[in-house]
Design a protein around this ligand. Structure first.
Ligand code: TRP
Length: 353
């Protein structure tokens, strides 16, 4: 049986390089291999509202931004169903019944939720919808019979939660035919790519930390950001020996640089190892490695920017694509919703003789 793939992002801002190497690139590769039955990418606006209830405009405006980012990054809407979460209302029904299968203490142990509560200052006043979003995310995954969820590693606890709901559903209702598939995560293979740190050296590149390079940043902005990136604070003069670990420029080179880039931009070095050993010895300045990184990022970002420019000419077309796809996704989810209700014994029309 072929896989059903589903993943998504909250539309709270443009996608950045962390999204790109951690997840989007993975999706483009899966799409291009083409060995799946269905592939959905959800723009998770309902989830975004769980901590943006009073910022509807921000969420609304970012739906199209994220769709454009996907298409610019190489997602082909003819091969992948890109849809809007709130336009698939069946998902709310799944969520309602799943909420009964999960305890409060279980959700409170979710490490991603714990961290997010802290970063949002929600310790004192926590919206119920926010706390419950892992259950709603389980609905996103399970409603489509998803077998594979390509995500960054911060989403692993969400997939674990979805798997527990499958077990709990089966235990509670003993369906005679399988209703939900066990979903599995699919992570970027490269460790650096799984959690790309921010320009400031913080553990994670994130919009909320203001330490991100966006797929839509102009060449000038990319240049400025890389020039300000955190390197080794003790590497003051070019002749000083420098540290490579924790040095963001080298971390990004680990993520983005290939041997062929040396031939093109720094032919005096054979590969990244030789560049690193020169830096460690001393005699290699930050400006040189930063300029090299800028060339590499530009090679990646220039075609993405070009595709973005053509998307901007066709905004209505993209909205129509999203609406049609949401309708199709809704039909798919409805089928499984009926099967779920049958298994639970709450399809009351079946009581008619
Ligand atoms: N939680 C994900 C994020 O913050 C977005 C998301 C919502 C998602 N539903 C999903 C991811 C289902 C994978 C599968 O980016």
């Amino acid at each position: 049986m072929k896989d059903i793939i589903l993943t998504g992002d909250r539309p709270t801002g443009n996608l950045h390089l962390g999204h790109y190497v951690g997840s989007v690139l993975n999706r483009v590769n899966i799409q291009n291999q083409g060995s799946y039955d269905k592939f959905y990418i959800m723009i998770a606006d309902t989830q975004a509202l769980t901590d943006n209830a009073d910022r509807v405009d921000k969420v609304k405006n970012n739906i199209i931004q994220v769709a454009i980012d996907y298409i610019s990054a190489g997602i082909d809407p003819n091969k992948v169903n890109i849809f809007i979460q709130s336009m698939v209302s069946e998902l709310h029904e799944f969520t309602t019944y799943f909420l009964n299968l999960v305890t409060l203490s279980r959700v409170q142990r979710n490490p991603t939720i714990k961290e997010e509560i802290k970063t949002r200052g929600f310790e004192k006043s926590l919206p119920m919808g926010f706390l419950a979003y892992p259950i709603s995310q389980a609905a996103d995954i399970l409603a489509f019979g998803t077998t594979i969820v390509p995500v960054g590693d911060d989403q692993l606890p969400m997939i674990e939660q979805a798997r527990e709901i499958v077990s709990s559903f089966n235990y509670t209702y003993s369906p005679t035919e399988e209703v939900f598939q066990m979903p599995k995560p699919f992570l970027a293979t490269d460790k650096v790519c799984r959690r790309l740190p921010g320009l400031d050296g913080k553990l994670k590149m994130s919009k909320s930390y203001g330490n991100a390079i966006y797929l839509c940043d102009s060449p000038d902005v990319v240049r400025q950001k890389v020039m300000s990136a955190y390197t080794d604070p003790n590497h003051i003069r070019v002749s000083d020996p420098g540290q490579v670990e924790g040095n963001i420029v080298f971390t990004y080179l680990d993520a983005f640089c290939k041997d062929e880039h040396f031939a093109r931009y720094l032919p005096e070095y054979e590969n990244l190892d030789s560049l690193k050993s020169h830096y460690k010895k001393g005699g290699l300045g930050d400006v040189k490695i930063k300029k090299f990184l800028i060339e590499i990022l530009e090679e990646l970002l220039a075609p993405i920017r070009a595709r973005r420019a053509s998307c901007l000419e066709n905004i209505d077309g993209i909205y129509n694509m999203l609406f049609e796809n949401s309708y199709k996704a809704s039909l798919q989810a409805k089928e499984r919703l009926e099967r779920m209700k049958d298994a639970m014994g709450i399809n009351y029309k079946k009581l008619l003789k």
